[in-house]
Design a protein around this ligand. Structure first.
Ligand code: PHE
Ligand code: NA
Length: 516
C-alpha cells in the first residue's frame, strides 16, 4: 500500500503545485475587492495580523496532518484525522472527529468548487472576448449581464476548463497535476509581472488628477479611524480572506501534502507556500486591479461619487461591482486603452484562468482521491464522476439568482470551522508535543519556540471570534432554501462517506475500542 501511493516527483513540482493551490482568483479578484470594500489601508492591518497569527500556523498544521495521513495511505481528512485523534481518544470517539472533519472537507470541496469553477470558466470566456474585442464596442456591464444570460456560452467555456481538469487529474499527481502546474505557474507569474510592471509606468492615463499612485496610497496607508469604526467587520473580512487565499480549512493542503515522503520537509515548504501566495497577493494582486481602477476612475465611477474624493471613489467601485470588479470594471479600463487593451485584457483574464485552474485542480483531486482511496474507484474513472458532480452542483449556480453569493458566505464560515478542527485534532488531540516533533521531522528550518504558544493559544482564540460572528448572520438571514438544501445534503453525504471509509479500514481496532 505504501509503495503504490503516488508521490511528487520533484521539490520544485511540489512547491509549484502548492503555490498553484493557494494562488487563485482570491489573489487577483477577491483580495482587491475586499481591500476596496474595507477601507483600503484599514484592511491591511488585521490582514497581516491574521496572516501571522492564524494563516502561517494553520498552514503548518495542515502540512503536518497531510504528510502524516499519507504515511498510512490516506489523502482525505476522515481517516487522517481519525488516526490523529486516536492519540488521545478511544477509537470510537476518534471516529467522530474523523467523521466531522471528513464531512466538512469533502462537502467544501464540492460546494466551493461548484461556483469557483464557473468563475474560472468566465475567465476563459473573457480571455477570448478580450483578444477578439467582443466587449469593446459595448457597455461592459451590459455585456457581462448578456454573457451570464447566454447559458450555452457559459457552459461552453466552463466545459473546456472542466475537460482539461478531468484529463490532468486523471493522469495522476506526479504525471498529471505536477506536469501541468510546471507549465502554468511560471506563465502565471510572468503575466502578473507584466501587468504589475505596466501599472508602475502607467501614471495618469486619462486625467491628471487620477494617478496609479493614488491606488497604491489607498492600499498602503493605514486608515486607523475607518478601522476603529468598523473593527469587527474588517476583522471578519481579513480573517476570511486569509483562509480563502491560503486554501486553508478545506482539506486540500493536507491532500497535496499526503503525497510527500515521511521525511520530506514541511516547515520550510509550508512557509514557502505562504510566501509565494502573499507575494502574488499583496505585491502582484495589490498592484494590478486597484491602481488600474484608480488611474481610470473617471471612466468607471459616476461624477458625483468622483467629486467626493479618492477613497470614496474606490469604495464605490468595490461596493458597486463586487466580483464584477474583475469582469466589468476592468473591461472598462481595457476598452479605454484602445487596441493595446485587447492584449492587456487577454493577459489579465488568462492570468485569472491559470490562477483559478491550478486551485480548482486541488479540490478536484481531493474528491478523486476520496473515490480512489475510500471506494476503490480507479482514477481514470473517478475523474469523470467528479466531473459529473460538479456539473450537477453547478446548475444552481447558473440557474438560481443569489445562490452563488449565499454558498460563498457559508463557505467562509465552514472554512473557519474546519480550521478549528485542524487545531483541535491535529494539534491538541494528536498532542502538542507530537505535533511539534512532526513539524520538525526532516525539516529544513527550525520554527522558533515562541511560535508554539501562538499555535496553541492565540490561533484558536482568533478563530473563535469570527466563527461566532459569522454564524449568527448566516443562519439568521443570509441563506435561502436552495443553498440550505445543498449544504445539508452535502454535509450528510460527506458524513456518511467518512464514517464508512474509517469503519472499513479500521474495523478491528474500532471493535476493540482500546486506547492505542
Ligand atoms: N486559495 C484559492 C484562491 O486564492 C481559493 C481556494 C480556496 C481554493 C479554498 C481552494 C480552496 O483563489
Ligand atoms: Na490565494
Amino acid at each position: 500500500e505504501l509503495e503504490q501511493r503516488d508521490k511528487w516527483a520533484t521539490k520544485l513540482g511540489l512547491i509549484l503545485a502548492m503555490a498553484g493551490n493557494a494562488i487563485g482568483l482570491g489573489n487577483f479578484v477577491r483580495f482587491p475587492t475586499q481591500v476596496a470594500q474595507n477601507g483600503g489601508g484599514a484592511f491591511m492591518v488585521p490582514y497581516f495580523v491574521a496572516l501571522f497569527f492564524l494563516g502561517i500556523p494553520v498552514m503548518w498544521i495542515e502540512w503536518v496532518a497531510g504528510r502524516y495521513g499519507g504515511r498510512y495511505g490516506h489523502g482525505t481528512l476522515g481517516p487522517t484525522y481519525y488516526l490523529m485523534a486516536r492519540e488521545s481518544l478511544k477509537p470510537r470517539s476518534a471516529l467522530w472527529m474523523g467523521v466531522i472533519s471528513g464531512m466538512l472537507a469533502s462537502s467544501l470541496t464540492v460546494l466551493l468548487n461548484s461556483y469557483y469553477l464557473h468563475l474560472v470558466g468566465w475567465s476563459a470566456a473573457y480571455s477570448w472576448f478580450s483578444i477578439t474585442g467582443a466587449y469593446f464596442n459595448q457597455n461592459p456591464g451590459d455585456f457581462f449581464t448578456n454573457y451570464l444570460g447566454n447559458h450555452a456560452q457559459v457552459f461552453l467555456f466552463w466545459g473546456i476548463t472542466m475537460i482539461l481538469l478531468a484529463i490532468a487529474v486523471g493522469q495522476g499527481v506526479s504525471k498529471g497535476i505536477e506536469r501541468w502546474v510546471k507549465v502554468m505557474m511560471p506563465l502565471l507569474y510572468i503575466f502578473a509581472i507584466i501587468l504589475a510592471g505596466y501599472v508602475f509606468v502607467l501614471g495618469s492615463p486619462v486625467d491628471p488628477n487620477w494617478n496609479t499612485i493614488d491606488g497604491f496610497r489607498f492600499v498602503w496607508s493605514p486608515n486607523w479611524s475607518y478601522l476603529g469604526n468598523n473593527l469587527w467587520k474588517v476583522m471578519l473580512a481579513a480573517t476570511g480572506q486569509i483562509f480563502f487565499t491560503l486554501s486553508l480549512g478545506m482539506g486540500i493542503i493536507q491532500n497535496y501534502a499526503s503525497y510527500l515522503g515521511p521525511k520530506d520537509d514541511v516547515a520550510l515548504s509550508g512557509l514557502a507556500t505562504v510566501s509565494l501566495n502573499e507575494f502574488a497577493e499583496v505585491v502582484l494582486g495589490g498592484s494590478t486591479a486597484i491602481p488600474l481602477a484608480t488611474a481610470y476612475a473617471p471612466k468607471i465611477v459616476p461624477a458625483d461619487v468622483l467629486a467626493q474624493g479618492k477613497s470614496e471613489a474606490l469604495a464605490w467601485i468595490g461596493q458597486k461591482f463586487g466580483l464584477g470588479f474583475a469582469y466589468t470594471s476592468l473591461p472598462n479600463v481595457f476598452v479605454s486603452m484602445g487596441s493595446a487593451g485587447k492584449l492587456f485584457g487577454a493577459i489579465w483574464f488568462l492570468l485569472l484562468w491559470f490562477a483559478g485552474f491550478t486551485s480548482a485542480i486541488a479540490m478536484y483531486n481531493y474528491l478523486t482521491a476520496m473515490l480512489e482511496e475510500d471506494l476503490n474507484i480507479k482514477r481514470s474513472i473517478g475523474t469523470w464522476l467528479v466531473f459529473l458532480i460538479y456539473l450537477i452542483m453547478g446548475l444552481p449556480v447558473v440557474y438560481i439568482d443569489g445562490y452563488m453569493d449565499q454558498a460563498d458566505a457559508w463557505v467562509s464560515f465552514q472554512l473557519t470551522l474546519l480550521a478549528l478542527f485542524d487545531i483541535i485534532v491535529a494539534v491538541y488531540l494528536f498532542k502538542p508535543d507530537n505535533f511539534w516533533k512532526e513539524l520538525h521531522e526532516g525539516a529544513w528550518m527550525e520554527v522558533p519556540g515562541w511560535y508554539k504558544p501562538i499555535i496553541l493559544y492565540i490561533a484558536p482564540i482568533l478563530l473563535l471570534l469570527p466563527l461566532i460572528g459569522m454564524f449568527r448572520d448566516l443562519v439568521g438571514s443570509t441563506l435561502e432554501w436552495p443553498a440550505r438544501i445543498a449544504i445539508i445534503v452535502l454535509l450528510a453525504l460527506g458524513a456518511i462517506e467518512s464514517y464508512y471509509s474509517i469503519k472499513k479500514k479500521y474495523a478491528e481496532e474500532l471493535e476493540k475500542n482500546e486506547v492505542i
